[in-house]
Design a protein around this ligand. Structure first.
Ligand code: COA
Length: 336
């Protein structure tokens, strides 16, 4: 059976930066509160006329470049997003077209903030089964479009962006230790009232009548922050242990934790459980905020481009999101 390797990495952040100071003019908040509670100082915001598919396509181009490939070398395209351009068609099919391609399969994954971790497990299984040789996997979000900009407890937390990887199936004999080692995915939909953005279509959620909408009538994120926080810490703590056990590895085998970038305190709780020092944790939440499905690949891209990921290192990726859905992937970096 082949092993699946990351052979190209890319990212894209919209030009416009919104700092905590900028937010002080919008809601009753301050830089100190936001930074102390979340570790966030700024976030990038998509511009008018730009769409999730544009962010995704930009990240994909950089990942293809990094792999030394073009879109013609790709056999399938997956976009993990919770902020698609439209209800349908899928953002993946729009991205495929924007990249100038057609023919090969393209589809979206909706696992909210865990979308990239789910996507990596998904692609790994399909590729090991022989269905595709090269897959372009993208996490892309325009979370600013589903914010209630009058709700200070949510609008300060999120940002926009995209991250992408090119995956390649290689004969296991060539690099028996490298590539994706294993994944664990979890979901429990009974937690859905704690974090959601309801469907804007009237009548779509009959069991949830008091739908929150922003001024433009668009469904907005609603969250019970304390409960989400508590569950994220517990469930991420469990799932990193589960993926290590699944792969017969120890916390001491992990060289770099690439966590979902929602809150520095959640990240530190997981790192503490694994007994990892600051130098072993990828942290981008300060500059990116929570970019949902884009957060893990954007952190991967940032650390990769800063030369902080070396061949042979073991990377532990984890994420937690609405549903709840959560999961983790272990991989050994095989790229120079
Ligand atoms: N600025 C200033 N004060 C704020 C604020 C803001 N942006 N947002 C909330 N507050 C206030 C609250 O109104 C509350 O005031 P009160 O005590 O007078 O009622 C106070 O701060 C404390 O609120 P609380 O919700 O208890 O704070 P917290 O320590 O739980 O931190 C979060 C809030 C949102 C940062 C935290 O709960 C969190 O990070 N949760 C997880 C969020 C997350 O990761 N979601 C995505 C998962 S994928």
């Amino acid at each position: 059976m082949p092993r699946i390797h990351i052979i190209g990495v890319g990212g894209y952040l919209p030009e416009r930066v919104m700092t905590n100071k900028d937010l002080e003019a919008i809601v009753d908040t301050d830089d100190q509160w936001i930074f102390e509670r979340t570790g966030i100082r700024q976030r990038h915001i998509i511009s008018e006329g730009e769409h999730t598919s544009d962010l995704a396509a930009a990240a994909a181009r950089q990942a293809l470049d990094d792999a030394g490939l073009t879109i013609a070398d790709i056999d399938a395209l997956i976009v993990a997003t919770t902020t698609p351009d439209m209800i349908f068609p899928s953002t993946a099919s729009i991205v495929q077209s924007k990249l100038g391609a057609s023919g090969f399969p393209a589809w979206d994954i909706q696992a909210v903030c865990s979308g990239f971790v789910y996507g990596l497990a998904h692609a790994d299984a399909m590729m090991r089964g022989g269905m595709f040789r090269r897959v372009l996997l993208i996490g892309a979000e325009s979370m600013s479009r589903i914010m209630d900009w009058t709700d200070r407890s949510t609008c300060v937390l999120f940002g926009d962006g995209a991250g992408a990887v090119v995956l390649e199936a290689r004969d296991a004999g060539d690099e028996p230790q490298g590539g994706i080692i294993g994944s664990v995915l979890k979901a429990d939909g009974s937690y859905r009232p704690l974090l959601m953005a309801r469907h804007p279509h009237p009548g779509a959620s009959p069991d949830m009548p008091d739908m929150a909408v922003d001024a433009a009538g668009v469904a907005a994120v609603e969250m019970q922050g304390n409960e989400v926080f508590r569950n994220a810490v517990n469930k991420l703590g469990e799932v990193v242990g589960d993926v290590l056990a699944h792969c017969h590895m120890q916390p001491s085998d992990v060289d770099l934790l690439i966590p979902h970038q929602a809150n520095i305190r959640i990240i530190n709780a997981t790192a503490k459980k694994l007994k990892l020092g600051t130098e072993n944790i990828a942290i981008t939440v300060e500059k990116h905020a929570n970019t949902s499905a884009a957060s893990v690949p954007l952190a991967l891209n940032t650390y990769y481009r800063e030369g902080k990921i070396r061949k042979g290192q073991v990377l532990l990726l984890e994420a937690f999101g609405a549903g709840f859905v959560w999961g983790a992937n272990l991989l050994r970096w095989s790229k120079d």
